[in-house]
Design a protein around this ligand. Structure first.
Ligand SMILES: *[C@@H]1O[C@H](CO)[C@@H](O)[C@H](O)[C@H]1NC(C)=O
Length: 110
């Protein structure tokens, strides 16, 4: 279980089976990448309530962030369930994933 004080030292919003493509998380009933971002934005609000704006800004700006996504998009979504293959050839799908990754990173910086 998480204690409120754990918000100061590290949290994960990872959800196995998710990816940048919102379609990827559906068959895995995983939390989508946008759902994970919502949790992160909610986390920031909780942190501000817990320690105040200044300390929250310090924690967030000195934090190290990892995302590991994309393999499920390609393997599970593009190849196993070929919905996206009707829409995109592989290079276009990769461009879509890169654009999603850039947008994900920009939103998480808000
Ligand atoms: C990323 O954001 C840009 C600008 O808002 C938008 O045009 C583009 O469609 C987005 N890409 C994806 C994959 O959602």
């Amino acid at each position: 279980d998480l204690e409120l004080s754990d918000l100061l030292t590290g949290v994960a919003f990872a959800s196995g089976g998710s990816g940048y493509d919102p379609l990827t998380s559906i068959p895995a009933t995983a939390t989508s990448s946008t759902g994970q971002l919502d949790l992160f934005l909610e986390y920031k609000e909780k942190l501000i309530t817990l320690v105040g704006e200044e300390e929250a800004t310090r924690v967030i700006s000195e934090g190290i962030y990892f995302t590991a996504m994309g393999a499920n998009d390609i393997a599970n979504n593009y190849f196993s369930i070929p919905l996206r293959r009707h829409q995109y050839d592989l290079p276009s799908y990769v461009n879509f994933l890169i654009s999603s990754a850039v947008n994900f990173t920009m939103v998480s910086r808000r």
